[in-house]
Design a protein around this ligand. Structure first.
Ligand SMILES: [Zn+2]
Length: 254
């Protein structure tokens, strides 16, 4: 008896040739989380998959899960959006590539998480609308870290418990994932990045706003640089590895 077919919205995170005529594709799916599957005949088929399995495409998938083995069988894909703008602009593309790398390393196969799907789709859509790419990455990461269980604490000093709201500045301890106030900072921590109070407020706001209001948060150049530095170090610490796509994000585009 063939495995039952399922349907889900999905975003393409990776696609590579497999043998003479197939492709192996990795998606992040609304219903199934990160999912890898084989698209039989996708290299040759002119109808079923053509131009659909491109990186970052938003699709509606029909697939089935085999009883043995880990690869899903991709039966059909219906294109929702190919996010053409982000594909044609290197700065937007580089930002999408950072987002992709974090989703690939920060999620597990077949672990459903609606919020991760939602913020991923939101971020790609925002880039496609040519929103400031570095800001989109910041907003994505601050929510993504929370959804995978590592929400940074942006209200209180981790060491003395005081609120940092009344201070001039603070620092973020990227090993502990929380703030260190001015006074505790002066005792010397090697593993912190400085954050101005304005940046802390913006990031705390970004944790709490509904998705449709995130674009109202404006990051100055200073806020952007501080946030990116903090999120990059925090991400490297969490995953214990370099983020390969990061350099291209920082080298270009704002
Ligand atoms: Zn303190």
């Amino acid at each position: 008896m063939p495995a039952p077919e399922k349907e889900t919205a999905a975003v393409v995170l990776d696609c590579r040739d497999h043998g003479e005529s197939d492709k192996i594709v990795t998606f992040f799916c609304e219903q199934a989380g990160r999912l890898s599957g084989i698209a039989k005949g996708a290299k040759r088929s002119k109808r079923r998959f053509v131009n659909k399995l491109e990186l970052f495409s938003s699709l509606y998938l029909t697939y089935s899960l085999p009883r043995h083995g880990s690869l899903a069988f991709i039966a059909a894909a219906e294109l929702q959006s190919s996010f053409l703008n982000l594909r044609k602009n290197i700065t937007l593309y580089n930002a999408a590539t950072v987002i992709r790398e974090f989703v690939l390393i920060g999620t597990s196969e077949k672990e459903r998480d609606d919020r991760v799907f939602e913020i991923l789709h939101w971020a790609l859509q925002s880039l496609d609308k040519k929103r400031p790419p570095q800001t989109v990455v910041i907003l994505f990461l601050i929510r993504f870290f929370e959804y995978i269980g590592y929400r940074p604490d942006l209200l209180h000093c981790h060491h003395c418990g005081q609120s940092v709201a009344a201070q001039q500045s603070a620092a973020f301890n990227y090993i502990a994932g929380c703030l260190v106030c001015e006074i505790c900072s002066s005792h010397g921590f090697q593993t912190t990045v400085p954050l101005s109070l304005g940046t802390i407020k913006l990031l705390a706001n970004a944790q709490n706003q509904p998705l449709e209001r995130l674009h109202r948060l404006h990051f100055s150049l200073q806020a952007r640089n501080e946030s990116l530095d903090m999120l990059h170090r925090y991400g490297r610490q969490l995953f214990q590895r370099d983020i390969h796509s990061w350099e291209a994000l920082r080298g270009k585009g704002k």
